[in-house]
Design a binder for this molecule. Structure first.
Ligand code: CAA
Length: 381
């Protein structure tokens, strides 16, 4: 028996690994080059249960909980970061915000569609003037009888070019500061919703991103997620789980880079011996393996606590901080170990290196994670 994971999750781990190797690995290069994940791959991921893995069966999920979600994400991360990003933006962030905020009527309307990927979701919090300081967002929601009229803009929204629905955050009572923030589900066809062109990014090609513009966009009040004024807490509670998923992704991506580095170090010979014979290379590999092991245990610990109903704000921040920084170091070491080939488009290492860079920025920068960790410690003092 595995001391950390129960048998059903070991089975899940194996089946996701097989699916990823068979169905997604052959597409990894094409996704990078065309900057698009084929709809058939999204359908295959849905068929494999990857959009619903962590959500309860009652809402159309697979019922494996947060730990199961992390185990699956770790495997999904092995071939191209964009495969996970589409899941993380859709059922991860958008679906979790609906699950966290409710009410049941909204959950019933949208979760089964999101968790089966019949609809793709996006989570729209960031604005041009409100990134790390998300509580100062300026998008405004004005109540007009049975509707809200929303005006403003969102930026860097993962999945926006392909999403069918969006959880957006707008302030319905600006005089109350972040306590006026309210969440809504907005369908793509909403009058007044405009989606900008695809952003051109350093990496994560295949996972599309765009701006949103709300031009007096009308949203029925029945599309509200949670109560008026609850939006910021829903946003932050959702990010606790988003950060955990990103940490799991980072562990899987780093593990794959480590395996490739070990293989290359064993087979690449210079000065008449494999480069693995050099302590300089051994230390890079040893440090990478040690940090990945620690990050993985942090992920499993935080996820297990979440499944037991504990609030994981600080642990999710620690885990996201350490796992994404680990991925950055491991990706850098992988390029170094692969030498000139590590820098060439011919190999996937340079793509993984570019893809890794965003992990320390989105879903809260490393600096914001440190603020969250410190706030928890100082509040308890
Ligand atoms: N769960 C529930 N409630 C929470 C919470 C959580 N995790 N964290 C804080 N709260 C509550 C607080 O208790 C507080 O409630 P009270 O007012 O009743 O006491 C309220 O929410 C406000 O909290 P703070 O006072 O701590 O808020 P703040 O304005 O000082 O900001 C912050 C806190 C940690 C800096 C926050 O703004 C933050 O996390 N910023 C980073 C934003 C971020 O991660 N953006 C990522 C965008 S999404 C993305 O990247 C996705 C993608 O592309 C795929």
């Amino acid at each position: 028996m595995n001391p950390v994971l129960p048998d059903d999750l070991l089975l899940l781990q194996r089946s996701v690994r097989q699916f990823v190797d068979a169905a997604l690995a052959p597409l990894a290069k094409q996704v990078e080059e065309r900057d698009e994940i084929p709809r058939s791959a999204i359908d295959a991921m849905a068929e494999a249960g990857l959009f619903g893995v962590g959500h309860p069966e009652g809402w159309g999920g697979q019922g494996f909980g947060k730990l199961g979600y992390c185990v699956a994400v770790e495997q999904l991360a092995r071939v191209n970061a964009s495969f996970w990003n589409i899941v993380g933006g859709s059922s991860g962030l958008c679906g979790t915000a609906i699950a966290v905020g409710g009410p049941d009527e909204v959950r019933r309307r949208y979760l089964p569609q999101l968790l089966s990927a019949r609809k793709i979701g996006a989570y729209a919090l960031s604005e041009p003037g409100a990134g790390s300081d998300a509580g100062s967002l300026r998008t405004a929601a004005r109540r007009d009888r049975d509707d809200y009229v929303i005006s403003g803009a969102k930026t860097f929204i993962t999945n926006a070019p392909i999403a069918d629905l969006f959880v957006i955050f707008a302030n319905a009572a600006p005089d109350k500061g972040s306590k006026g923030i309210t969440a809504f589900v907005v369908e793509r066809a909403a009058p007044g919703l405009e989606i900008g062109p695809n952003d051109e990014k350093m990496g994560l090609h295949g996972s599309t991103t765009a701006q949103l513009f709300f031009n007096d966009m009308r949203v029925p009040a029945t599309q509200r997620v949670g109560d008026e004024g609850d939006g910021f807490k829903i946003a932050l509670a959702t990010l606790d789980f988003g950060r955990l998923g990103l940490a799991a992704h980072s562990v899987g991506a780093a593990q794959r880079l480590l395996e490739a580095s070990v293989e290359h170090a064993r087979t690449r010979a210079q000065f008449g011996k494999p480069i693995a014979a050099n302590q300089g290379i051994q230390w890079l590999i040893a440090d990478a393996a040690t940090e990945i092991h620690a990050a993985r245990l942090m992920v499993y610990d935080a996820a297990s606590r979440a499944d037991r109903g504990e609030r994981i704000t600080q642990r999710a921040a620690m885990t996201k901080l350490f796992a994404t920084e680990t991925l950055g170091r491991v990706a850098d070491a992988a390029v170094q170990i692969h030498g000139g080939m590590g820098y060439m488009r011919e190999l996937w290492i340079e793509r993984a290196y570019r893809d890794a860079r965003i992990a320390r920025i989105y879903e809260g920068t490393s600096e914001i994670q440190r603020l969250v960790i410190a706030a928890g410690l100082l509040a308890d003092a």
